[in-house]
Design a protein around this ligand. Structure first.
Ligand SMILES: [Zn+2]
Length: 429
């Protein structure tokens, strides 16, 4: 296979440092050389892509994906969809994410036990296009917690596996691992609009969390947790949960604990669904919706405060989260980049650092993806424009001039799959 030489690009390497002029040579599936400056470099044996000053950066990393969510308006849609349709929908979502510039997705829960895992394996075998994927379990929750859709005389599965007590937790975690997941997901706190477990409540008991983490870690798997309440964040840190999502209502003590743990813990806000839901509810202009608006507004305000504090304290934050609802469909995940700038006040460079180098930690691939660096895997985006002055560029697929994953070109603007030939994904089939 010939090399690819991307010449004359503005290279953002993922570290957050200012971009620099240079050339990048890709050999096989790896970045063979990153050459600073404008001097010409040897082109022999390479297909040359003239970037003409365009912005070259690592592929985006979705830190909290749910690629088996089907853009549902009602969670009951997940209860009635057939396994066959659901598998195909998940496959299509994987492609959408890649075509939106996300070359990796760390899953934070699959709607059914094996959906993420089978799609991950198909992508890895290069039988379908999609991002690198860490597969997750469904959301393991407690009776009456977030994800328990059952009623007294009706068993309903939407996205949760309902367990109570240490024994059930352990056997469910082991079952998910047997079926091929990389990440175990726990719902430690409740959520907005839950009648008996609101976002300030911490409903999964400490021994249940401890047993889940011990079991997952014993098998070399990671644990992610849904934690909105301050106590749920503390419970997660104490029990060494690897990825603690949301943290909306974290207090000073919870932030101190996260700061202390910042070398090993990761957080991710999933702010997009809150913003879009608030916009939708307000636009409905219906007084009956005011209690829901108030509840979401509190969540939004707390979420923004918490993440401003986290940035000051150097707590690592991944971009993305909870795309796959009707208000924020799959493939619009890059809206999160704008949210980080507009709602948290992060700089564009800080935001892209979160979406690349920090995201690589969520993938457990910090030494091989998330940077434009010699020896790293060739997951690269070429952007028509400067996202450091306009972070919304990623929302326009025609600006994604090249999407490369694992050294293969997947798309070339307008979300179009690259034509067969050369180093395209199609040609590699
Ligand atoms: Zn989620």
């Amino acid at each position: 296979m010939t090399d690819i030489l991307i010449r004359n690009a503005m290279i953002f390497d993922g570290s957050g440092d200012a971009p620099f002029r240079g050339h990048v040579r890709v050999s096989g599936n790896r970045i063979a050389a990153v050459m600073r400056g404008t001097d010409e470099v040897p082109q022999e044996g390479a297909q040359v892509i003239d970037a003409d000053g365009a912005f070259l950066m690592p592929g985006l990393i979705e830190g909290h994906g749910h690629i088996s969510f089907i853009d549902q308006a009602d969670l009951m849609d997940l209860a009635v969809i057939g396994v066959e349709e659901h598998t195909l929908a998940t496959m299509h979502n994987a492609r959408k994410l890649l075509e939106a510039g996300f070359t990796s997705v760390n899953s934070a829960a699959s709607a059914k036990v094996r959906l993420d895992a089978v799609i991950r394996d198909e992508i890895e075998a290069r039988r379908i296009p999609g991002p690198r994927l860490r597969a997750a379990s469904p959301e393991i929750t407690v009776t009456s917690g977030l994800g328990d859709a059952n009623r007294m005389h009706v068993k309903l599965h939407t996205f949760g596996l309902v367990v109570d007590g240490v024994d059930e937790v352990v056997s469910t975690v082991r079952m998910c691992i047997r079926e091929g997941v990389d990440n175990i997901k726990l719902n430690i706190s409740g959520d907005v609009f839950m009648p008996n477990a609101d976002s300030f409540s911490t409903v999964m008991a400490d021994p249940e969390v401890r047993a889940a983490v011990e079991t997952a870690h014993a098998h070399g798997k990671r644990v992610a947790a849904h934690c909105r309440a301050a106590d749920s964040v503390k419970r997660a840190v104490r029990n060494r949960v690897d990825m603690i999502y949301h943290c909306d209502h974290a207090d000073e003590e919870a932030l101190d604990m996260l700061e202390e743990a910042r070398d090993w813990v990761l957080t991710g806000p999933a702010i997009g669904v809150i913003i879009k839901s608030l916009e939708m509810l307000k636009a409905a202009d219906d007084p009956a919706l005011q209690p829901q608006i108030d509840e979401l507004q509190t969540l939004y305000d707390d979420n923004c405060w918490t993440h401003g504090e986290m940035m000051k304290r150097g707590i690592p934050i991944v971009v993305g989260g909870d795309y796959g609802f009707s208000v924020n469909p799959q493939g619009t995940n890059a809206n999160d980049l704008e949210h980080f700038v507009k709602h948290y006040g992060f700089s564009e460079a800080q935001t892209l650092h979160c979406a690349t180098m920090i995201g690589a930690r969520a993938m457990d691939m910090a030494d091989s993806i998330g940077q434009v660096r010699e020896g790293f895997l060739a997951d690269l985006l070429l952007i028509d424009g400067d996202p450091l002055s306009d972070i919304t560029l990623f929302q326009d697929k025609s600006k994604l001039t090249m999407i490369m994953k694992d050294g293969l070109i997947h798309a070339t603007g307008n979300g179009q799959t690259a034509e067969a030939g050369g180093r395209s994904w199609l040609a590699a089939q």
